[in-house]
Structures are given as C-alpha cells and as structure tokens.
Design a protein. Structure first.
Lengths: 291, 394
C-alpha cells in the first residue's frame, strides 16, 4: 500500500499545453504514471504527444475516469483551476504553481475542506509513490520503493532527504511536498493520520521550516496519536527574524516561528530531530532503531 | 512590498478610513511651510522609513533626535525635519546601522482621549484573515501578545463578506467603546477589513489608533505590507514602491528572478530551492562558519540568471568564499556548471569555490567542470561541502 496515489491512479494535467505543464506531464508519463489527459481551455481536441487535451476538467474526468490532477496554470488563474478540479470531484489535486495570492487561497481552502477532494500545495513539488505514480516535478530516479513516509514544506530539501533514505536502503512509501505558502491544502497532521494507518509505511520523516506553527501542532498530534517512529528536520535555524526566506511562509515574525521553538516541541514529543540537513536519513534510521 | 506611512494614509483616506491632514516633505523649509499650512498649534514631524518603532528610535549620532517629534511652531518643525533628513534613524527594527531618512511627514495634531491598537493579518492556522484590536495602544504589541494575551481581541472574517456588524459590536464591547464612539469605531473597523481585502494586504497595522475628544476614531499610523504575489492585480501600487528602502543587491537579484537576502557572514552560497538554501546556511553555521546570504536560484534557473547570481555574490566585499549546492531536479547540473564557467571567465573567482552537485545530469555537469580551467574544490555531500568551505575561509 501507500497513501493518496498508486499504480491505479489516473492523472490529468491542468495547463498541459504550457511549457512547464507539457515537460512535466511527459516526465510523469515516462516515470510510469497513468497520464490520461490534459486540460487547457480552448484547446480541447488537440493532443500533447498522444495525451488528449480537453476544454474543461469535468469533460476530462468524464472521458478518462481521472481521479487526480496536477496544476501548472499561471498564478492569476490557479485558484480557479483548483476550484474547477474540486467541482469535477477530482480526489487528489496537486497544485504546483508558485505565487498564488494568499487571499485566493483563503477562498479555495474553505471550498476544498467542504469537499471530498485533497489538495496538495500550492507552491509544491507534488507527490510520488515510488515505482507506481509520480505527480509533480521531482526527479524520479532518486526515489526507491520502501518504508519511509516523507512530507515536507520544501522541494529540493525533500530530494535531499529522499536521496539520503534511498542511500541508506530504507526507501519511501509515499513522499508529499506540502508547499511553501502560508496557506496550503494539506498539513502535516492530515498526512500523519494517513501514514499511521498505511501498512507499507514503517516510519515517518517530516521536514519543516521556520515560520507559522504547523510543526508545533504536528508535534502535539504525534505525541498523542502516532505510534510509528518519527524523525524531523527544521530548516532555517540561522535565519534572521523579519526576513522572508524565499517561501512566503518562511518568515519569523513577532518572535514566533523560530527553529528553536519547533525543535523543542518536536523533541518533547519524542521525535528524533536531525541536527544538520546532512543527517535526515540517519535520524530516521535512528528513530527506527529506537522503536 | 512595504510602503511608507504617508502613502498608506493616502490610501486610507480614499477608502474612507479617517486620518488627519498632513504633508510629506523632503526639506526643512518645506516642513516649516507644511506646519503653517496645517495651521497649528501643534503638529507632528515623523520620519518616513520602512521600519517600525520610530517614536522610540533616535538618529544614529544624536540620541535626543527622535524619529517622531511633536512641534509647536514652524521653527520647531524646521528643526525637527533638519535633524532627521539625511540622517540614519535607529529603531528596534532597523538594526544598529539604522536607515537613512529621506522623507518626513508633517501631520496635524489631535486631541487624544484613548490610544488603541488595530492589526489585520492572515491567520495561517485558521486560513482566514483576522482582525485584532487591543486597549494597549502605542506600545509594542509583541510585548502585549506575550505578557497579557487576554488584552488582544480577535475576530476572523470571510474576505468575500468582510467584517460582520455583530463582530464589530463585540469588539467595541471588549474595548469598552460606547455611544457615538462605537458608531465611528464600527464604521472604521469595517472599512479597514474591506481595505485589507481590496488591496491584498498581508499586514495592515495601526498603532496607535486613537479616539479623539470628539469621540472620533482616527488612524495615527499606517503600517502596510502588500502580498507580492497579488501585485499583478494592483498595478497602481507599483508606483508606491520606494527602492531606496531596499537593499541594492536584493533589488538586483529580484530583477533577475532570484530570491536573495543579504546576511552578515562571509561565506556566500548559491543553492536551488528555498528549503535547501536555508539548510545550506544552517549547515555552514553548524560547522562553524557564517553565511553571507540566502540565495535561491529557483527551479527553472537558466545560465544568464545563475551568472548574474555569481556576480551579485562576488560583488559583496565581505565574501571570503563561495559554496555552490545544487540538487538538480528541474534545474540541471549542466546549467549550473555552464554558468559557473561563464562567471569565472567574466568576473573571476578570487576566493575559494566549493561545489557540490547532485541530481539531474550530475555526471555531465561534473565532467564539464573538471574539463574547464576553473579552480574548484569538489564536495561529495552536504557535510563534506560545509567542512571544506569553512576550512577554506578560516
């Protein structure tokens, strides 16, 4: 098993005729993902190297039976694209687009929560169940099927963690990039619940960063509800307050959201915290040994 | 994107949020003239910089010159402006080096009965904007939040609807505002919430917010930050950007589509991805070094952008070494290698250069570097890279 997506998942790409959408839709298909269609308003009837293009998500779902989508449409139209996917009943929505206005996400978040859809992102690399289904922009070859569930607010740092767990022969069950924005569709707690219940996942690695309080909330949840070994890393220990570190969410404001606070909360919940980003793989290995 | 107080107040006025009369000036003579025009008897001369804490802040070599000065004559207005303009103001938010004042705002005085606080932000946990008010106006709100959080009252609101009337009434009750003042306050709070949504703010803060002797509510300050991601639908706001308030190298990086933040250390780093860039800073520090910057070249970086990134890093006089850490995903190692070779030819690396490449097209990238005549210290992983750059810059 795995979470959210597997070899049976049928995926469409919203924004498939744009350069990024096309490149990554084909990349996902090469990896083995069932890329069954794409959506670009006004370009229905065309195809992208054999992948049929539809005008609306509703039509794409009707014709292909897709249950997942990956969104590459530009920021001004991203909120609308997500809402269209929700409306069409798509089960897993991965919004890769970076730069979505935060108030747009306020509107989208409420609609997503009131639906049966799961939104990953925006501003995220997507998600992957190694060997079965890749939805997003991550390099496929660094992943190996295995036992660690990985979740992260950062893209390339996730690759680093995946690489380390692959090198240690632990492998990954499913890896999910939550996204670097202040408001994202899925948080750590949502995924802890799913990884806890997933047979394939034997340990969980959480990669956080400064800003907000999502890591502290996750720590409290783990303490009460998660029995599997958990390790974590927090990026931004050396970031100065008030400066936004690339991600709109990664900012220490009003003395809140510091790495120290987060590390303390995680350790208090019995989570093994990697002292350096080079030790994420070792930290999860240690958490497994200790369990 | 931040704007000045005087600009924020112009936007407030247009949005029906009450403010006092005032004028932005750039010389002492203009300040004196502005005082006369306002008609006295009191006015306030306020330094315009993109940092808070101005009232308690002072000019760098003159502790008696505060950032906000109450004046009672044209001569006093002139003297206050003279003491501020062209000088560096140090506040709790500027750091010890201070920020140069090139504009002052001369504002009419008013009869203050009560000082309150009002702030609006997006609450990440609730995924909604939240209006916060407090009776503790005029002081550091962070301190209030920490010591007496019960004195901050909050109401979340739906951006599509704005603040509901009952929510405004609840807040008035908690702030002990009654009668005609309550009527003004409800109108004020509703207009502010509408303003926050209409302009896609990420922060709107008024401290102090005052109630006058006439029971009117007036914004005595305006601290506003706009969501950069939403500026595409507010083209008119671009004109309010004051580039002199931003770090020059950060502006340059922004133009090249790079995410860059200048820091105090001497080890420059060039990384792809924000999380990995932050972690690279962390691991430099972990091994005893100090990062000179945060730099994320992004996922789709091309050779031109990366070359510009190297130029920015190498133009920093405190740079004693460069660490390149790339985990190629969308960004390919060959692109980075190509840019590195170009930058070496164009600007030259006169400091040690440690390179760690991994990911997409790594073998080709490493080979390109090995075949070039750029002097490189190769690193196999993150720890190795950090240790080598720290050793090379000691």
């Amino acid at each position: 098993m795995s979470i959210l997506v597997d070899k049976n998942t049928k995926v469409i790409c919203q924004g498939i005729t744009g350069s990024a959408g096309k490149f990554h839709a084909l990349g996902c298909r090469d990896y083995g993902t069932q890329m069954v269609g794409g959506v670009t308003p006004g370009k229905g009837g065309q195809d992208v190297e054999g992948i049929p293009v539809f005008d609306t998500v509703e039509e794409a779902v009707d014709k292909t039976g897709a249950d997942a989508t990956m969104i590459f449409v530009p920021p001004p139209f991203a909120a609308d694209a997500i809402l269209e996917a929700v409306d069409a009943g798509v089960r897993v929505i991965a919004a890769i687009t970076e730069g979505v206005p935060v108030l747009d996400m306020v509107r989208v978040y409420e609609k997503v929560k009131a639906s049966d859809s799961v939104l990953i992102g925006p501003n995220c690399p997507g998600l992957i169940t190694p060997g079965q289904c890749k939805i997003g922009i991550m390099p496929g070859y660094i992943h190996t099927p295995g036992k660690v569930g990985v979740m992260s607010r950062s893209g390339t740092l996730t690759y680093e963690a995946v690489w380390q767990t692959s090198s240690l022969k632990l492998g990954q069950s499913t890896c999910v990039g939550l996204g670097g924005d202040p408001i994202v569709g899925t948080n750590y707690i949502d995924l802890f619940k799913q990884f806890q219940e997933d047979d394939q996942t034997e340990a969980i690695l959480m990669i956080g960063e400064i800003g907000g309080s999502a890591e502290e909330e996750a720590a409290a949840f783990v303490k009460e509800n998660v029995t599997k070994p958990v390790a974590a890393f927090i990026a931004g220990r050396t970031a100065p307050p008030g400066k936004r570190m690339g991600h709109a969410g990664a900012i220490i404001s009003g003395g809140k959201g510091t790495a120290e606070e987060k590390v303390a909360a995680l350790e208090a919940a019995g989570i093994v915290v990697a002292p350096s980003p080079a030790k994420m793989g070792e930290a999860i290995a240690e958490a497994i040994r200790k369990a | 994107m931040k704007i000045h107080e005087y600009q924020g107040k112009e936007l407030f006025r247009a949005a029906g949020v009450p403010v006092l009369q005032g004028q932005m000036v750039t010389s002492a003579d203009e300040a004196a003239a502005a005082y006369k025009k306002l008609g006295g008897p009191v006015a306030v001369v306020k330094a315009q910089i993109h940092a808070g804490g101005r009232g308690k802040g002072h000019v760098i070599d003159n502790k008696d010159q505060r950032g906000v000065v109450l004046v009672r004559s044209a001569d006093e207005a002139r003297a206050a402006a003279d003491g501020l303009l062209g000088n560096k103001l140090v506040t709790i938010q500027t750091g010890p080096e201070g920020q140069t004042v090139s504009k002052v705002f001369v504002e009419a005085g008013c009869d203050i009965a009560r000082e309150l606080y009002l702030g609006i932000v997006v609450d990440r946990a609730a995924a909604k904007p939240v209006l916060m008010v407090s009776t503790e106006g005029g002081v550091e709100i962070e301190k209030v939040a920490e010591e007496t959080p019960e004195r901050i009252h909050k109401e979340h609101f739906d951006p599509a609807v704005g603040l509901e009337a009952f929510q405004a009434r609840k807040l008035c009750k908690k702030l002990d505002i009654e009668g005609p003042a309550a009527k003004h306050a409800i109108r004020f709070m509703t207009a502010m919430c509408r303003f926050f949504v209409d302009y896609d703010c990420s922060l709107a803060e008024i401290n102090p917010l005052v109630i006058t002797g006439n029971e009117e509510m007036i914004a005595l300050d305006a601290k506003i930050t706009f969501d950069e991601n939403a500026l595409f639908r507010h083209k008119e706001l671009e004109e309010l950007r004051d580039l002199s308030e931003e770090e020059e190298s950060e502006i340059r990086a922004g133009k090249a589509g790079l995410s860059y933040v200048k820091l105090d250390g001497n080890i420059a780093c060039l990384v792809n991805g924000a999380g990995l860039a932050m972690s690279t800073m962390d691991i430099i520090k972990y091994h005893g070094g100090e990062p000179a910057n945060f730099l994320d070249v992004g996922g789709g970086a091309n050779a031109t952008q990366v070359t510009e990134a190297f130029r920015i890093l190498l133009s920093d006089p405190s740079c004693k070494g460069v660490l390149v850490n790339i985990f190629g995903g969308i960004a390919r190692c060959t692109t980075i290698a190509d840019a590195l070779i170009t930058a070496s030819k164009e600007v030259g690396f006169n400091v040690p250069l440690v390179v760690r490449l991994e990911g997409t097209e790594v073998e080709e990238g490493r080979k390109m570097l090995a075949d070039s005549d750029v002097e490189i210290i190769n690193a196999m992983d993150l720890t190795d890279a950090a240790e080598k750059i720290v050793a090379a810059t000691k």
